[in-house]
Design a binder for this molecule. Structure first.
Ligand code: ATP
Ligand code: MG
Length: 356
């Protein structure tokens, strides 16, 4: 039997509620499958630790995580702790320290969930957005000169490297190749931005040579937003820069119905380090402690984690169970249901156990 070491970091707000739900479903899958076991270690890192010790995680935090096979992450953010502390104190050191350069966001309309788009239902929208997660517009370079004076200048420098663009492009082509449609859309803004974005286009064409069975096209990011709304069936795998994919994936999440169902994976494709799996939503303090947090995003990211660990059959079983439970309208209030987090979780665990 295979044993996988999982670091669970539930953190803030509804994070502990959805991670507990995710771990129950993972446990049901492992029991059902019998071929693998998850050894879970819980870490109490987050805003409460910051209040007590002045740090979100210990100084050797990433070193402690190094030995794990995957990181299962809840949410960070608290009303009384500044955003830059919650973000830079925990999530970003993990993403950057472990060079998780591919941020992967599957989007699909689950049965029973209503998209704000008319005439769009399950099967019509099935995308995976690959976000460059290590450089680009969020590389942190820039500055402000003559601060506060009338002649003040602020710069925000996007940095694209050949190594960085090539590796994300290669990952995206591989992912597209693994999906039935074998179709990739490369998003840039190379009409207005003439350097880094033109380099993206050129590198896409170079990498494409190695994937003759993948069909691909290019879109400018502005036109892409229109295509996502007007012609969602025409898209499959999508790759974009850190900033562009950040925006496009929020749009994708909205089109798929709710933040509560959207998952994400921060992946080191070379597997030098542990990858991190988390729901896209934040800590959602408005519903914390009420027992109504939607656990579906966390189930979905748990499926991504199983896939990454090399347990695709268990990952697919998880998604079949989630889709069955959604189709039966056992859903939390954010997607129009009346069920609690625990009721949805119990229904998913039962579906996992009952499946032939
Ligand atoms: P952060 O600042 O970390 O982004 P937030 O408090 O802004 O967190 P988000 O998680 O970004 O909250 O979500 C915005 C709103 O969407 C929440 O206030 C909540 O009402 C709703 N929401 C988010 N996630 C869920 C979920 N899993 N289940 C139900 N509702 C959710
Ligand atoms: Mg938010």
């Amino acid at each position: 039997m295979k044993h996988y070491k999982i670091a669970a970091i539930p953190a803030d707000g509804i994070g502990p509620e959805v991670i507990a739900a995710g771990l129950q479903a993972l446990d049901a899958l492992a029991r059902r499958d019998g071929g693998f076991a998850l050894d879970v270690t819980q870490f109490d890192w987050g805003s409460e630790r910051y209040r007590q010790t002045g740090a979100m995680m210990p100084a050797d935090g990433t070193a402690q995580l190094r030995a794990f096979d995957a990181i299962f992450f809840g949410a960070v953010g608290a009303p009384d702790v500044p955003d830059h502390i919650t973000l830079w104190g925990l999530r970003l050191p993990i993403c950057q320290g472990f060079d998780q350069y591919a941020n992967v966001r599957p989007t699909r309309i689950l049965p029973g969930i209503v998209s704000p788009l008319a005439n769009i239902g399950p099967g019509d929208l099935d995308w995976v957005i690959v976000r460059e997660n290590s450089e680009g517009e969020y590389s942190g370079h820039g500055g402000r000169a003559h601060k506060g004076l009338p002649e003040e200048v602020g710069t925000e420098v996007a940095i694209f490297t050949r190594v960085g663009v090539t590796r994300i492009m290669r990952y995206a082509f591989q992912l597209a190749q693994s999906r039935p449609r074998k179709f990739l859309t490369v998003v840039t803004k190379s009409n207005a931005q003439r350097f880094g974005m033109v380099m993206w286009d050129e590198i896409a064409a170079e990498v494409a040579q190695d994937f003759p069975d993948v069909t691909w096209d290019k879109m400018l990011v502005d036109a892409m937003t229109v295509r996502m709304v007007k012609n969602p069936r025409s898209l499959d795998t999508i790759v974009a820069t850190n900033l562009h994919a950040d925006i496009l994936s929020d749009l994708a999440g909205a089109l798929a119905g709710s933040l509560g169902v959207a998952p994400t994976a921060n992946i080191d494709p070379e597997r030098r380090y542990p990858s991190m799996f988390e729901p896209i939503h934040g800590s959602a303090f408005d519903i914390t402690g009420k027992g109504i947090a939607n656990p579906v995003a966390t189930f979905w990211t748990a499926a991504q984690m199983l896939d990454h660990l090399g347990e695709p059959a268990a990952a697919q079983r998880m998604m079949r169970a989630v889709e069955k439970v959604c189709a039966e309208s056992v859903m939390t209030p954010d997607v129009g249901g009346t069920a609690t987090t625990q009721e949805v979780t119990d229904a998913v665990c039962e579906a996992i156990r009952a499946e032939n």
